[in-house]
Write a protein that binds this ligand. Structure first.
Ligand SMILES: [Ca+2]
Ligand SMILES: [Ca+2]
Length: 331
């Protein structure tokens, strides 16, 4: 078949290759994936056409693991300026943002809050009572990254996808990345993010770092994630007894909370360690979310891939009409 993709001005070869693999015909019989490709291609083409006409540019992206319609996950036409940095959460809990700003978020003992929300990486922390003056600490953390589930508690007990991570052990995560335990220290590396937990027995401290928080075109959010914001302004906010991040954390509408604010923190509350449905912050980029891509050529690309897949299936020799395997043809 002709090489349709060569007619496109694709900025990055990666999405194009993934797009090809997503639609590469599979050699099976008459009731096999040939039909799947046919109807998948048709559906994709119609979706692309509908989007062109309606101006709707949202696509579902599966579970956020990078599988599924991954060729749609391409970066905008003008790539975002890289955001690198390191942030820290420690003690009862003190936050040091990626820009050096400092604030405390005590939350409420027993409740769980979203700390970092990015595409394919969600980290929640459960706060526990500390002392008798209303202070709290982070007692347990859960990371959902694609199909991986990582749980770290204050004693150092770490569970990776249902298996205990033993001292000195390093395990690979699904679809890249790893988790490693060195005594009371646990390191989780996945995608754009690396978190180093220092478990203290009665609470957890952690460093959160990235070389580029927006390599996927998605800006992070969450109580600490929002400080990776690509400006040089430090987010300094309320500190000390009863502080809830006032002056340093964003409200649900994106505006900055005022000093003394104790309500905004509630918008970061989640129902459980593995709750990745964020109604207020970064809801679009939670695991079950919808990815919005403004790049117009993405639509055109999706449409053409759909049509070319359809054409391939209709006219390729030995495909649907014979039920015989059709190896070695690609776009
Ligand atoms: Ca990101
Ligand atoms: Ca900043």
């Amino acid at each position: 078949m002709m090489n349709i993709t060569n007619n496109f001005n694709i900025n990055s070869p990666r999405p194009a290759l993934q797009g090809l693999s997503a639609f590469a015909p599979v050699q099976t019989g008459i009731f096999g994936s040939g039909f799947g490709d046919l109807f998948g291609g048709l559906a994709q083409a119609l979706q692309g056409l509908a989007d062109m006409l309606g101006g709707n540019t949202s696509y579902p992206v599966g579970d956020g693991s990078g599988n599924g319609f991954s060729f749609l996950d391409r970066q905008p036409a003008s790539p975002m300026k890289p955001i690198s940095g390191e942030a820290r959460i420690w003690g009862d809990p003190h936050f040091i943002g990626a820009d050096g700003g400092q604030y405390d978020v005590q939350g409420e003992a027993g409740k769980t809050y979203n700390l970092l929300s990015d595409k394919g990486f969600q980290m929640n922390g459960t706060f526990e009572k500390w002392g008798d003056d209303g202070a709290t600490v982070v007692g347990k953390v859960g990371i959902t990254a694609g199909s991986n589930y990582v749980q770290v508690d204050k004693t150092g007990n770490t569970i990776i996808n249902g298996q205990e991570l033993k001292d000195g052990e390093r395990v690979q995560l699904r679809n890249g990345g790893y988790a490693e335990r060195k005594g009371s220290e646990i390191i989780v590396k996945k995608g754009e993010w690396e978190v180093n937990f220092q478990t203290q027995g009665d609470h957890i401290n952690m460093d959160i770092r990235t070389d580029n928080a927006v390599s996927d075109g998605v800006t992070p959010h969450g109580l600490i994630g929002q400080t990776f914001d690509a400006d040089d302004d430090a987010r300094n906010g309320d500190k000390g007894s009863g502080a809830q991040g006032g002056g340093a954390i964003e409200r649900a509408d994106g505006s900055m909370s005022q000093a003394g604010d104790k309500d905004t923190v509630k918008s970061y509350e989640v129902s459980a360690l593995w709750d990745t449905t964020f109604h207020n912050h970064n809801s679009d980029f939670a695991q079950q979310g919808v990815y919005h891509d403004q790049a117009r050529e993405t639509m055109q690309f999706a449409m053409m891939m759909g049509f070319s897949s359809l054409i391939n299936n209709l006219f390729a020799n030995n495909n649907l009409f014979s039920g015989i395997a059709t190896p070695n043809y690609r776009f």
